[in-house]
Ligand binder design. Structure first.
Ligand SMILES: Nc1ncnc2c1ncn2[C@@H]1O[C@H](COP(=O)(O)OP(=O)(O)OP(=O)(O)O)[C@@H](O)[C@H]1O
Ligand SMILES: [Mg+2]
Length: 585
C-alpha cells in the first residue's frame, strides 16, 4: 500500500480565507456585535448582585428595589438568550458558508488536474481533504473564532472589573494563570504533530476501503475477505491509537484549566475573606469578585480548546491551500484551435516522452505525419501505443515543437480547444452508473434519441441494447456490472462517434469483439470518418491490413511503417506477429 504524501507547506494559507471573510463581512459584523452584547450583559450581572447584597448588608434595600433588581436580571437573561441565538445563527452560519465555498473550490480544482496529479494522489487522501480538513477549518472559523473573541473580551473585562474592586486581590487570584498558559502552549505544539498523523491515517483507511469495494469481485474470487478484514482492523487500530494520543493531550488540557481556576478560588476565599472581615471591601464586592473569577474559568478553559481548534484548523488550511496551489502540468497557450480552421492532422517531430518518476522514456524520437486516412498502430505489449494516444489526446504534457494537432503546436493553443478536435476511446472503458442513453450522450448531452440510436447502430450495439428489458434506459451498474467487455467497448465507441470530431483515436477499443462484429464496426467507422483522421491501435491483422498505413512501435520507437504488404516485407517482427495470428485462425 502506498503511503499518502502530504503536500509541501503552503506559503499563503490565509489568502484563501480573506476574500470569503470580506464577502460575508456584514454577517460577521452583526454576529460579533451580538456576541459582544452577550459578553457585556453577562458582565453586568455581578455588578447588579453587588448592589443588591450591599443594599441588604447596609439594610437600605426594600421589597421594591429587590424586585426591580430581579426583573432587571431576568430582562438581561432574556436579551442574552436572543443575542446568543443571533450570533450563533450568523457566525456558525458563516462557517458553514465558508466550508461550502472551499469545498466547491477544491472540487473544481480536482476536475482541472491532470493524470500526473492523480498518479501522486490517492483517492482516499483527497477524500480526507474534503471531509476532515474542511470540517476542521469550519470549526476553527466558527466556534473557534467565537470562543477566541469571547474568551478575550470576557477575561479582559472580568480582570478590569476585578482590578477596580481590589488590585492586590486580583493579582493573587491570577497567580496560577501563567502556569496554565505555558502548559497550553507546550501541549498545543504536541497536538499539532499528532493531529497530522491522525489525518494521514484517516486517508489511508479511506483509500483502503475504496480499493476493497472497487475490487470486491476480485477479493471474493481469491477468497481474500478475511485477510482484507484483518488488514482493515490493523489500520483501524493504528487510527484509534493516534486519536488516543490526541485525546491524552486534550484530556490534560481541561482538568488543568479547571484546577487552575479552583486554585485561584481557594486563594480568594482566604485572602478576600480576610479583606471583608477587616472591612476593606464590602460583602457585595466580595461576591462580585468571586463571580468574576468564576467567569474567568471558562475563558481559561477556552484557551486550551481554542488552541486545539486553531491548531487543527491551521494544519488543515495549510494542506487545503497547498492542494489548491498545485498546478496542472498540462498548460496550453491562449490560442484557440477553431473547428472551422481545423484540419484533421497529427504531426510528431522527434517526440520524446518519459512518465514522471520513470527512468526510461516511454516514447523516443517519434516522427509522424498523419492527415486524412485510417492509420493502424501496432506493437508488442508495453511498447508505447497507449502513451502515444494519450499524448495526442492531451492527457500528458509535451515539450514545445514536438506535437502538432490540426497544424498548430499543441502548447500554443488552449487544452480544451485541442481536446474538442478529438474523439478518444481509451483502452480501459469507463462507464458511469447511469443509463446507457446518458452514457452514450455524455460528450453531447443535447443529442436526441435518433442521433444516439444512429451511433449505437454504427457501433453495432443497438441490437444488444434493445434486447435489455429497459432498452436505452437500462442502468449500468457501478463500472458496468451488467455488461460484457465487448458491450462496454461498443458503448464507449458509440459515445466517441456521437461527438463526431475531426480526429478519432481508438486505443485497442475493438479488442473484445468477435471477428464479424469487429469488421462491421470497422466498416461503419471508415464510412463515417471518410476524409477525416482515425488512429486505431490494434493487434488484429484483419483490421490492420485494411488501414491506409501501419506503424509498428517497439520499445517506444517506430520500427517500421507502410501498408500491410510493405510491412511484411520490411519487418520481421511484424511478420512474426501476423503469422502467429494466421496460424491461430
Ligand atoms: N502512468 C504511467 N506511469 C509510468 N509508466 C507508465 C504509465 N503508463 C505506461 N507506462 C509505461 O510506459 C510504457 C508504455 O506503456 P503503454 O501503455 O503505452 O504500452 P502499450 O503499447 O499501450 O501496451 P499494451 O499493448 O499492453 O496496451 C510501458 O513500459 C509502461 O510500463
Ligand atoms: Mg495500451
Amino acid at each position: 500500500m502506498t503511503k499518502l504524501k502530504f503536500f509541501h507547506r503552503s506559503r499563503a494559507p490565509f489568502g484563501l480565507l480573506v476574500p470569503i471573510f470580506a464577502r460575508h463581512r456584514l454577517r460577521l459584523l452583526f454576529g460579533l456585535v451580538a456576541l459582544l452584547g452577550v459578553d457585556f450583559l453577562q458582565l453586568l450581572i455581578p455588578m447588579l448582585l453587588k448592589s443588591g447584597i450591599d443594599g441588604l448588608s447596609r439594610k437600605t434595600a426594600n421589597e421594591t428595589s429587590l424586585l426591580n433588581l430581579a426583573l432587571l436580571i431576568l430582562l438581561i437573561a432574556v436579551t442574552v438568550a436572543v443575542l446568543r441565538f443571533i450570533w450563533r445563527t450568523l457566525i456558525i452560519g458563516f462557517s458553514r458558508l465558508l466550508e461550502q465555498t472551499l469545498r466547491d473550490r477544491i472540487f473544481s480544482h480536482l476536475l482541472r488536474m491532470d493524470r500526473q496529479f492523480y498518479g501522486r494522489w490517492s483517492t482516499g487522501g483527497l477524500m480526507a481533504h474534503a471531509g476532515n480538513d474542511l470540517s476542521a477549518i469550519q470549526m476553527a472559523c466558527g466556534m473557534g473564532m467565537v470562543a477566541a473573541v469571547d474568551a478575550l473580551v470576557m477575561s479582559t473585562a472580568a480582570i478590569c472589573f476585578m482590578l477596580a474592586i481590589d488590585v492586590k486581590l486580583t493579582l493573587i487570584a491570577l497567580l496560577p494563570m501563567p502556569l496554565l498558559a505555558i502548559c497550553t502552549k507546550i501541549l498545543a505544539g504536541r497536538m499539532h504533530n499528532r493531529f497530522n498523523l491522525v489525518q494521514e491515517q484517516f486517508g489511508l483507511m479511506t483509500e483502503f476501503v475504496r480499493n476493497a469495494l472497487v475490487s470486491i469481485r476480485l477479493l471474493k474470487v481469491y477468497s481474500l475477505e478475511s485477510q482484507q478484514g484483518e488488514e482493515f482492523a490493523r489500520l483501524g487500530t493504528q487510527y484509534v491509537h493516534s486519536n488516543l494520543k490526541v485525546a491524552v493531550i486534550q484530556g490534560l488540557l481541561h482538568p488543568l484549566a479547571t484546577l487552575t481556576g479552583n486554585a485561584g478560588m481557594l486563594l480568594i476565599l482566604y485572602f478576600g475573606g480576610l479583606l471583608v472581615i477587616e472591612g476593606k471591601i464590602t460583602l457585595g464586592s466580595f461576591v462580585a469578585f468571586v463571580t468574576y473569577l468564576a467567569m474567568l474559568v471558562w475563558p481559561m478553559m477556552a484557551i486550551g480548546w481554542v488552541a486545539n481548534l486553531v491548531q487543527r484548523g491551521l494544519t488543515s488550511l495549510r494542506r487545503v491551500a497547498a492542494l489548491l496551489e498545485e498546478q496542472s502540468t498540462i498548460r496550453g497557450g491562449k490560442g484557440l484551435l477553431s473547428q472551422a480552421e481545423a484540419i484533421p492532422a497529427i504531426c510528431c517531430r522527434n517526440l520524446n516522452f518519459t512518465y514522471p518518476d520513470m527512468k526510461n522514456p516511454a516514447l523516443e524520437r517519434i516522427n509522424l505525419d498523419l492527415t486524412q486516412g485510417i492509420y493502424g498502430i501496432t506493437g508488442r505489449t508495453g511498447s508505447g501505443k497507449s502513451t502515444l494516444c494519450r499524448l495526442a489526446a492531451r492527457l500528458y504534457p509535451v515539450e514545445d515543437g514536438m506535437l502538432f494537432i490540426g497544424g498548430r503546436d499543441v502548447n500554443t493553443v488552449s487544452v480544451p480547444s485541442v481536446r474538442e478536435q478529438i474523439g478518444y476511446v481509451g483502452q480501459q472503458v469507463f462507464l458511469f452508473s447511469e443509463t446507457i442513453f446518458n452514457n452514450i450522450c455524455f460528450g453531447r448531452p443535447d443529442a436526441d434519441r435518433d442521433q444516439v440510436e444512429a451511433v449505437a447502430r454504427a457501433a453495432s450495439i443497438h441490437n444488444d441494447i434493445v434486447g435489455f428489458a429497459d432498452g436505452y434506459a437500462t442502468l449500468v451498474g457501478e463500472r458496468g456490472v451488467r455488461l460484457s467487455g465487448g458491450q462496454k467497448q461498443r458503448i464507449a465507441l458509440a459515445r466517441a462517434l456521437l461527438c463526431d470530431r475531426p480526429i478519432l483515436i481508438i486505443d485497442d477499443g475493438l479488442s473484445a469483439l468477435d471477428v464479424e462484429t469487429e469488421q462491421e464496426v470497422f466498416a461503419n467507422i471508415c464510412r463515417q470518418y471518410k476524409g477525416r483522421l482515425v488512429l486505431l491501435v490494434s493487434h488484429r491483422v484483419n483490421l490492420l491490413r485494411k488501414t491506409d498505413r501501419i506503424f509498428l512501435i517497439d520499445h517506444g520507437k517506430i520500427l517500421a511503417s507502410g501498408n500491410h504488404e510493405q510491412m511484411r516485407m520490411a519487418s520481421s517482427l511484424y511478420t512474426i506477429m501476423t503469422d502467429k495470428q494466421q496460424d491461430n485462425a
